[in-house]
Design a binder for this molecule. Structure first.
Ligand SMILES: [Ca+2]
Ligand SMILES: [Ca+2]
Ligand SMILES: [Ca+2]
Length: 157
């Protein structure tokens, strides 16, 4: 588990990683409020697209996705929900990788990726050094090249 989850948490982590771990939640709440306040330059309680573009490109890129009620502003709740969803996706992704890595050597062989159809289909593209093994770095680079954590989960379906 360790190898994969560490790698995955490094992959496509948004500008601020959000975690559902209760132990860390107080600190994160403070950091989150600070970040929100920092982004909300005109203190409307919502982050506009312009505000996001100014300071948080990762949020701006996913603006429409995060703006669930499509009012053109991101509330704290909308951003939090998006972070939590991304976090869950990363966890699910790492669980899938961990389950696929049957011999637990921290690499996925072509055979091991058979349970992950999209990864299996893109094996040659992901295997950048062509050694017939996917390591976390290769998967991370692939996910990064594809844009974000959604691509990561997409690669799993
Ligand atoms: Ca909104
Ligand atoms: Ca393996
Ligand atoms: Ca490789």
């Amino acid at each position: 588990m360790g190898k994969w989850i560490m790698g995955v948490l490094l992959v496509a982590a948004p500008c601020m990683a959000w975690s559902a771990e209760p132990a860390a939640s107080r600190n994160q709440e403070l950091r989150f409020n600070q970040m929100f306040h920092n982004l909300d330059t005109n203190n409307t309680g919502k982050i506009s697209r312009a505000e996001a573009e100014l300071k948080a490109p990762a949020i701006a890129e996913n603006f429409d996705h995060i703006d669930v009620n499509h009012d053109g502003g991101l509330t704290k709740k909308e951003i939090k929900d998006a972070f939590l969803a991304a976090d869950n996706k990363r966890r699910e992704f790492s669980r899938n990788l961990d389950a696929a890595d049957k011999d637990k050597d921290g690499k996925l062989s072509r055979d091991e990726t058979k349970v992950l159809p999209n990864m299996s289909a893109n094996f040659d593209e992901i295997d950048s050094n062509h050694d017939e093994q996917l390591v976390m770095k290769e998967i991370a680079d692939y996910v990064r090249a594809k844009g974000n954590a959604d691509a990561a989960s997409g690669a799993m379906q």
